[in-house]
Ligand binder design. Sequence first.
Ligand SMILES: *Cc1c(COP(=O)(O)O)cnc(C)c1O
Length: 352
Amino acid sequence: MTPSYFRPSVDAMTGYTPGEQPKPGTKIIKLNTNENPYPPSPKAMEVLRTLDSEWLRRYPNPYADDFRHSVSQVFDIPHDWIIVGNGSDEILNVVIRACTEEKNKIVYPTPTYVLYRTLAEIQPTQVLEVPYNDDFSLPIAALVKAQGAVTFIASPNSPSGHVVPIHDLRQLATQLSGVLLIDEAYVDFAADSALQLVREFPNVMVLRTLSKGYSLAGLRLGFGIANPQLLSGLFKVKDSYNIDAIACAVGTVAMLDQEYKNECAQKVKNSRVKLTKSLAELGFQVWDSQANFVLVKPQPTNAETLYLGLKEKGILVRYFKQPGLADKLRITVGTDEQNQLLLMTLASLMQG
Ligand SMILES: *Cc1c(COP(=O)(O)O)cnc(C)c1O
């Protein structure tokens, strides 16, 4: 045996497998990692063209205050209720590092965002996965019984696309003594948000990102909203200069351009309705989605066969080879043109 340089928890983990990321410019239809098919706000892109070298010579603001003020304005929340992260993934990581230790645990219903598990496995803490009920209703009693130091709920959830009703989240928050983190990465495509719960409960944080709704996955900008008491421990743990000056400047303008974001989200939602209908007409089982993707169970052709067949034709979708998901595909909603090509390719693969 070669000696290990790592902590046992790191040796034991497998590491996250991100969705395939072909080089920009590769001729491929990318429906595998839930990016927005539309470009970012033109006003935000204009910021890049007027970039001042002073921004890069100096260290950035440690709290990304310009961006916090833009969030404060848009959501009518005091700026000290906001923490900004290098993607919302960083905030997930900071919460885990700040709240967990050997003798407590991280709890979340599954299937959900696979990164929760990866981030938890790095730390010397325990993980409890509680399966969703078959109809994707929240297993509240089991989650309460577990009393996690942190409980993660993605809503809309990935890969199912369902929204967890706010009264379920409220019931959970009331009965948990640890942190309840509601991950709203896909909220821009949904009808409802649970944001009001941060005012009702001292242990609730709502997490948002610019990666999906704002078409800025490459910028790496996310934020959490919670009362300052809950944020205080997180500020101690995060890197001091976690948001670079460019991300802060571009993100601030993108946040303020709600009109553009909402316009793009509306186009995605319209396309989602059409795509859902067409996939059902192909004979697939399609789950109702409030996000910018749909979970489908293809039939009669097997999911992995279709995934590989699509890939060969230059269309990437997400296939999770794991219990409960191995017969399903998660397909990001693209432009109508991209969705049309997907549908035609699926139809031909199923005939062949
Ligand atoms: C995409 C996604 C995120 C990650 O967002 P970043 O801000 O890009 O790190 C977080 N949670 C869920 C459920 C996601 O799907």
